[in-house]
Design a protein around this ligand. Structure first.
Ligand SMILES: [Zn+2]
Length: 158
């Protein structure tokens, strides 16, 4: 008799033993619930661990292209989320705190949650136009008239 036969017989006797006890001790549906619960807990822990790694282990994983790729994917989603949130709050006359991400009123100077200064909306990057007629006008507007701060008005001689 080979090792394999032993294994088969052992498996059979275990199965028979389980079968005998079915209904007394082993409640299959209870076990299934247990499996689902533990699985959910494992998923939650993976999530927590993943978030921890994403937030704290970037430098340690810099040489791991797979990890960095996944982090870059998350970076992209974070940016997407920020952009959608910004659009949403703009439509609601609200602003997003750049520090904690909470929604604040447009008129707030400081975040009501974390106290960070709510910087006013940054100027959008000027889109370079390819030799359009607006180029010269835009340059002129950008340069504008020199501000005469601190210069003396021309003195009038009698
Ligand atoms: Zn804040």
């Amino acid at each position: 008799m080979g090792i394999l036969d032993d294994v088969v017989i052992n498996a059979k006797s275990v199965a028979e033993a389980v079968g005998r006890k079915a209904g007394q001790i082993v409640d299959v549906s209870k076990l299934r619930v247990g499996v689902a619960e533990v699985n959910a807990e494992i998923t939650k822990r993976y999530q927590t661990l993943g978030q921890y790694v994403y937030e704290n282990s970037r430098e340690a994983l810099a040489a791991d292209p797979e990890a960095m790729g996944k982090m870059a994917e998350l970076d992209g989603l974070q940016e997407q989320l920020f952009a959608i949130n910004k659009e949403l709050t703009d439509k609601q006359n609200k602003t997003v705190c750049p520090t904690c991400g909470k929604h604040c009123s447009n008129t707030d100077v400081f975040c009501s949650t974390c106290g960070a200064k709510l910087i006013s909306e940054p100027e959008p990057e000027p889109i370079p136009q390819e030799g359009g007629p607006n180029d010269e006008a835009a340059k002129a507007a950008a340069q504008g008239p020199e501000p005469s701060v601190g210069t003396m008005p021309p003195r009038e001689f009698p």
